[in-house]
Design a protein around this ligand. Structure first.
Ligand code: GAP
Length: 492
């Protein structure tokens, strides 16, 4: 029987086999930053491609976009991030550890409360919280905390070489805003009609107070986000639609149903822009409660487009205040905001409205971790432990490995010929070193669904042994049928 997966086993396999390494490893590592190795980069690309295929390619109502990471600072003023995207933190007076206030457990509880992601904070306002009964997760001291303060989550950087024209920018904390500020561009250039969506995959950055569990919560990460624009009044139906689509996506890629669930946000948990939000949660093998957010699906209403209309009206103040965002107050909309530049005119009904937005927002790294955890298995075979990653074929970094049984008798030449014929169609791997049993085990650990072995019989009847990763069963198929066999089995 498969044993319970521990995160440590996954981390060690990831390093050993070249899925994921600590960033800047040779210098002792950079906390909460990770690099994807030769197998990891393929796995992550396959996760991205699977998302893009389901959300963009297979839909007639979703278009793609790739925005710059650096954007005009007013984007973040209008979106609310400049004033609200912060964590409330406190410092333990005993051990100097900084902790998120919402992650503090009561004195008698063990462990930290790490269920929630971010809750909006008013950065400018003072913060009142009674922490007298709370316990430091690092040293256990109770009630020894400093006054809570807001800690801004956006990274700052400078743009421009000259002192006079240098301006402070933020690295984007979500890809979504790039979509909102391009709504009009896409509408005008792609001639689409509401309802439609714009999708984007890209890096986001957050100076997280609490990073966690390998690639689960890091300071640089990748998001796959869809902003689906719809007519107000139809938003609840689209919310239900995308909720189901996104849940099924994980199941279709092999995540076990027992490990996946929805969790509706409580009203006091909702982000400043959301009317409703549900998380798709995965039962990760770490943390206080196991169940952790994998993806959020939010009804963002018309909040963002209306905010950007207000932002556009406020641009003069931006120049007058020399870009000091803290001195700028967004101008109110006029009563005619439904005729504003980011509003929509529906020709058929002659209705004007600012579209509502349904947003499924997934983490590429976080789903990659979930796929790794869910695929990981250890089993005893003939008295030896075998580690195997039972990836869905679409996600497997290598689709097939080709081996000559021995390094002589012309077998490597036949195997190399087969490999060369396959590699233009599938990501394949050629290996002629060591005992064939060990080569199988190495591919099991990489999650390769099929191994193809050329042996003495190949020279007699032009057949090849196919070994299945999951069942370890072996069968023979004609050499000239291998490509079709893989195509059919891998559903590519
Ligand atoms: N645009 C909405 C938004 O960004 P979010 O819940 O803050 O919502 C969406 O983020 C998803 O992005 C999360 O469900 C998670 O998968 C991923 N994510 C967020 N912060 C992350 C971090 N620090 N490290 C890794 N993934 C993260």
């Amino acid at each position: 029987m498969a044993k319970l997966t521990r995160l440590d086993d996954i981390v060690s396999l990831c390093k050993r086999r070249g899925f994921i390494y600590q960033s800047s490893d040779i210098y002792g590592g950079l906390a909460s930053c990770y690099d994807y190795g030769p197998l990891g980069v393929e796995l992550k690309r396959n996760v991205r491609n699977a998302w893009w295929k389901a959300v963009v390619q297979m839909r007639d109502d979703v278009l793609g976009l790739d925005c710059s990471i650096l954007m005009h600072p007013m984007v973040w003023k209008a979106s609310g991030h400049a004033d609200k995207f912060a964590d409330l933190v406190t410092l333990c007076k005993k051990c100097n550890t900084r902790t998120r206030v919402d992650h503090l457990a009561d004195g008698e509880q063990t462990g930290a409360q790490e269920h929630t992601e971010h809750i909006d904070i008013d950065i400018a306002a003072g913060q009142q919280h009674d922490l007298s009964g709370k316990k430091c997760p690092a040293c256990g001291a109770v009630g020894q905390f400093s006054k809570p303060m807001a800690f801004r989550l956006m990274f700052e950087t400078q743009m421009g070489a000259n002192v006079d024209d240098t301006m402070t920018l933020f690295l984007r904390p979500e890809t979504a805003q790039g979509i909102f500020v391009n709504f009009r561009n896409v509408l005008d250039s792609a001639r689409v009609k509401v309802p439609f969506g714009i999708a984007q995959i890209g890096k986001s950055f957050r100076n997280e107070v609490t990073t966690k569990a390998f690639i689960f919560r890091t300071r640089e990460f990748e998001q796959a986000e869809l902003e689906f624009f719809c007519k107000p009044g139809t938003d609840e139906d689209w919310y239900a639609h995308w909720k189901q689509q996104r849940f099924d996506w994980y199941l279709n890629l092999g995540i076990r149903k027992d490990n996946l669930r929805f969790r509706d946000h409580d009203p006091d948990e909702l982000a400043h822009y959301a009317k409703a939000c549900v998380d798709v949660e995965y039962k990760f093998p770490f943390g206080s409660g196991d169940w952790q957010e994998l993806e959020g699906i939010a009804n963002r209403t018309d909040y963002d487009l209306r905010q950007h209309q207000r932002g556009m009206r406020t641009m003069n103040d931006w120049f007058e205040q020399k870009g000091d965002l803290s001195k700028i107050a967004l101008k109110d909309e006029d009563d005619n905001y439904i005729k504003g530049p980011l509003a929509y005119f529906e020709e058929q009904t002659r209705d004007r409205y600012v579209p509502y937005v349904i947003e499924p927002s997934a983490g590429v790294d976080r789903s990659t971790l979930a796929f790794l955890v869910d695929a990981y298995d250890e089993e005893e075979v003939k008295g030896e432990m075998r580690n195997v990653l039972r990836f869905h074929p679409h996600l497997a970094p290598i689709k097939a490995a080709v081996f000559p049984l021995v390094k002589k008798d012309g077998l490597p030449e036949i195997a190399m010929n087969l490999y060369n014929g396959l590699k233009g169609h599938f990501n394949c791997f050629y290996d002629e070193k060591g005992a064939v049993g060990r080569r199988y085990r190495r591919q099991d650990e990489a999650g390769t669904p099929f191994c193809l072995t050329i042996d003495g019989q190949t020279k007699e009847d032009n057949t090849v042994t196919v070994r299945d990763r999951d069942s370890m069963a072996q069968s023979r198929i004609p050499l000239d049928q291998v490509k079709n066999f893989l195509r059919e089995k891998l559903d590519l």
